[in-house]
Design a protein around this ligand. Structure first.
Ligand SMILES: NC(=O)c1ccc[n+]([C@@H]2O[C@H](COP(=O)([O-])OP(=O)(O)OC[C@H]3O[C@@H](n4cnc5c(N)ncnc54)[C@H](O)[C@@H]3O)[C@@H](O)[C@H]2O)c1
Length: 292
């Protein structure tokens, strides 16, 4: 408890999946949290759950790949809470699994907009405020940005951008006391990795689970725990790191997850109630009307 007491955080894409776990974890740890999402995301449901539990959060609905919305989101945090200590670039989309020769150009552009442009704009407008607080930025990387993801080379490419962008920011902003890091999840139990709720087919689900030495998906809360550590003062000497939180999938070879024992394959229950973890952005309809 209270590892983020007095800190003000913005979490983009904070109403579903991993983002929902981050905002709930951060609020429990004493942060004041600005929950951002598209207007059609369950932003206010999440905010209301947090505030009814006696914690502090406020919603900012808007597509932060739009320059005006990114600027307004940072202003809103500062006007509401007086400062900004932590920016979490978590927003992202995962609409298609397809070989490159058939990959829709529209999906490429949709991912550049929501996975890359969001992080660039939010970082650009948050930096002046983070310089005042010696704050930090943590962005959503991915094992797919390290090793490549077949049938979604484009998604992996957007995460490769996030990795090196983060490292560039870490180097140039270190003199102001700003830290910048990535959390790089493996396959996480959100809408994206289930055939019923996302673009993965059965064969992809089998591949990601069997390819993970721990033999299962990670939970959104397991990822939020890594964000919490990197956002906390315990990580005060860590900058420019790509923290793999991937059950070993990046280092595993072959179907090694099949060997995991039954108990190992069981997801930990965690402490958070996550109502919206399967309502993520897995088609290209989300954010069509993205203004505040
Ligand atoms: N789920 C996984 O297996 C996995 C693995 C590695 C990395 N990640 C990364 O973690 C992050 C969260 O993924 P998730 O699985 O929780 O997915 P998710 O779809 O549940 O969460 C992403 C959220 O971002 C929002 N969003 C997207 N673009 C936005 C924009 N322009 N403005 C405002 N909100 C926007 C979406 O509406 C959605 O609520 C992503 O960046 C993803 O790349 C996920």
């Amino acid at each position: 408890m209270n590892r983020l007491r007095g800190k003000v955080a913005i979490v983009t894409g904070g109403a579903t999946g991993i983002g929902e776990a981050i905002v709930k974890k951060f609020a429990k740890e004493g942060a004041k949290v600005v929950v951002n999402g598209f207007p059609e995301d369950p932003v206010m449901d999440v905010v209301n759950e947090i505030t009814s539990g006696g914690y502090d959060a406020i919603g900012f609905m808007g597509d932060v790949s739009e320059e005006g919305n990114a600027m307004a989101c940072v202003q809103f945090a500062v006007e509401t809470y007086g400062k900004l200590d932590i920016l979490i670039n978590n927003a992202g989309v995962f609409p298609v699994m397809e070989m490159i020769e058939n990959y829709p150009t529209k999906a490429f552009e949709y991912m550049m907009k929501n996975n890359v442009r969001t992080a660039f704009l939010m970082t650009k407008y948050a930096i002046p405020e983070l310089q005042k607080t010696k704050g930090c930025i943590i962005s959503a990387g991915s094992e797919a940005g390290k090793i490549g993801l077949g049938e979604n080379a484009v998604y992996g490419g957007t995460k490769g951008f996030i990795h090196s962008f983060t490292r560039g920011i870490a180097v140039e902003q270190a003199k102001y006391g700003i830290r910048a890091n990535c959390v790089c999840p493996g396959a996480i139990d959100t809408a994206w990795t289930h055939k019923e709720t996302g673009p993965m087919k059965k064969k992809h689900e089998t591949m990601i689970v069997e390819g993970t030495p721990l033999g299962r998906r990670g939970t959104p809360e397991e990822i939020a725990n890594a964000y919490l550590f990197l956002a906390s003062d315990e990580a005060s000497y860590i900058t420019g790191t790509l923290m793999m939180v991937d059950g070993g999938i990046t280092i595993g070879k072959g179907a090694i997850g099949k060997e995991a024992e039954k108990d190992t394959k069981r997801e930990p229950s965690g402490e958070l109630l996550l109502r919206h973890k399967k309502e993520g952005a897995t088609d290209m309809l989300r954010g069509e009307d993205g203004n505040v």
